[in-house]
Design a binder for this molecule. Structure first.
Ligand code: ATP
Ligand code: MG
Length: 330
C-alpha cells in the first residue's frame, strides 16, 4: 500500500517560532520517516493580509525554508514547495468557492479571531475571508490524508472536509479525499506576552533563529504572576508564561510538578524558574541556530524549485480528475 500523504503549510510572514516547533514542525520531522510529506510555503495566502507588503512575503519564503531545514525537515524525504508555483491550486480554489457560502466563511472562528486582530475596518479583503477555501484546495490537490497543525487550524480542516463531501456528492465522484488533523504535543503555545497564541503577526514569540542574547532577554521579560512580589509569596501557575513554556519544553515532568507545588506554596523565585527555562531553551535552540547559519540562500532556492516541480505534477493529476468530474473536458 502506498504511504499516506501528509501536507502542511506555513505563511511566510516572518521567521518560525517555538509555537510552530511544538505545534507542528516536530511532528513533521517524525512523519517524514514513514509518510509521503509535502510542506508548503503559502506565499499567496500570506498576501491576503499583506498584499501591500509583497517584499515581506518574498523575503520570508527563504527564511521559512531555512527554518524547516534547521529543525530537520529533509528535502530528500519531504517535498518542500512554494504555493505560487502551483497554479493548479488557484484553479481548484475557484471551483471550491462555489461550494461554500459567504455566511459559512464568516462563521469560521479562526478567521473571526484574526479579523479582530487586524485593522481592516470595513474593508476586509475578499481574499482574506476566503483563504480557508484556498487552504482546502492546497490540502486536496495533494490528496493529503493527514495534516499536522496547531489548534487554530481545526475549523479550516472541518471546512475542507465539508467541501470535499460536497464536491464528491455534487459531481458524483470519489476523487477528493477527506483529511484528519494531527495535533502537536502543545495544541496552542501562548505568547510570551501571555496572549492566547504565540504568532508571527503579533510579534510575541520566541523565534527559532533568535540569538542567544535575544532568547535570554525574552525569557527574562516573560509575564509570571503580578502578585508574586516577594520570593516567599505564594504564586500562581495558571496563566504564568514561564510555567506554560516549561510545560511545553522541560522534559523532567516530576521535577516540574514539585517546582509548581513549591511556587504555589511560596519560596520559589521567578528568577530561578526563568534561569531553568533559559537553560532548557538555549540547549534546544543552539543546534537549530547553528544548522540554520550553515544554509545558503542558493541552496534553499534550489530545494524550493525542485520540490515545487515535483509537487506540481501531482496537482496537475488532481486537476485533471477534477475537470473530468465537473465535465470540463473540451
Ligand atoms: P501569522 O501570525 O502570520 O498567522 P502564525 O504564527 O499564526 O503566523 P502560521 O504560518 O499561520 O503561523 O501557522 C503555521 C502552522 O503553525 C499552523 O499549523 C498553525 O496551527 C501552527 N501554529 C502557529 N502558531 C502556533 C502556536 N502558537 N501554537 C501551536 N501551533 C501554532
Ligand atoms: Mg496564523
Amino acid at each position: 500500500m502506498a504511504p499516506k500523504i501528509v501536507l502542511t503549510a506555513d505563511r511566510p510572514t516572518g521567521h518560525l517560532h517555538l509555537g510552530h516547533y511544538i505545534g507542528s514542525l516536530k511532528n513533521r520531522v517524525d512523519l517524514q520517516e514513514s509518510y509521503n510529506c509535502f510542506v508548503m510555503i503559502a506565499d499567496i495566502q500570506a498576501l491576503s493580509d499583506n498584499f501591500d507588503n509583497p517584499e515581506k512575503v518574498r523575503d520570508n519564503v527563504t527564511e521559512v525554508c531555512k527554518d524547516y531545514l534547521s529543525v530537520g525537515i529533509d528535502p530528500e524525504k519531504s517535498t518542500i514547495l512554494i504555493q505560487s508555483l502551483i497554479p493548479e491550486l488557484f484553479e481548484l480554489t475557484t471551483y471550491f468557492l462555489n461550494l461554500v457560502s459567504v455566511s459559512r466563511l464568516e462563521r469560521n472562528p479562526t478567521v473571526k479571531a484574526e479579523l479582530m486582530q487586524k485593522s481592516f475596518a470595513d474593508s476586509i479583503p475578499a481574499g482574506f475571508l476566503t483563504y480557508p477555501a484556498s487552504q482546502a484546495a492546497d490540502i486536496t490537490a495533494f490528496k493529503a490524508e493527514l495534516v499536522p497543525v496547531g489548534e487554530d487550524q481545526l475549523p479550516h480542516l472541518e471546512l475542507t472536509n465539508e467541501i470535499v463531501r460536497k464536491f464528491n456528492r455534487t459531481y458524483k465522484t470519489n476523487s477528493l479525499h477527506e483529511c484528519q488533523a494531527i495535533l502537536g504535543k502543545v495544541k496552542r503555545l501562548i505568547g510570551i506576552d501571555g496572549k492566547a497564541k504565540a504568532s508571527k503577526s503579533l510579534n510575541n514569540a520566541i523565534f527559532l533563529s533568535d540569538s542567544s542574547d535575544v532568547l535570554k532577554q525574552k525569557i527574562y521579560s516573560m509575564y509570571t504572576d503580578p502578585d508574586h512580589i516577594k520570593v516567599s509569596d505564594p504564586g500562581k501557575v495558571e496563566g504564568n508564561v514561564v510555567f506554560a513554556y516549561l510545560d511545553a519544553f522541560y522534559d523532567d515532568k516530576s521535577e516540574l510538578e514539585s517546582l509548581k507545588k513549591q511556587y504555589q506554596h511560596g519560596g520559589l523565585g521567578d528568577m530561578v524558574l526563568k534561569s531553568l527555562l533559559n537553560d532548557t531553551l538555549q540547549k534546544l535552540l543552539k543546534p537549530i541556530r547553528e544548522k540554520r547559519e550553515s544554509i545558503s540562500d542558493a541552496e534553499v532556492m534550489d530545494i524550493l524549485i525542485n520540490g515545487s516541480k515535483r509537487a506540481r505534477e501531482i496537482a496537475k493529476q488532481t486537476i485533471s480528475e477534477v475537470r473530468n468530474a465537473i465535465g470540463l473536458t473540451y
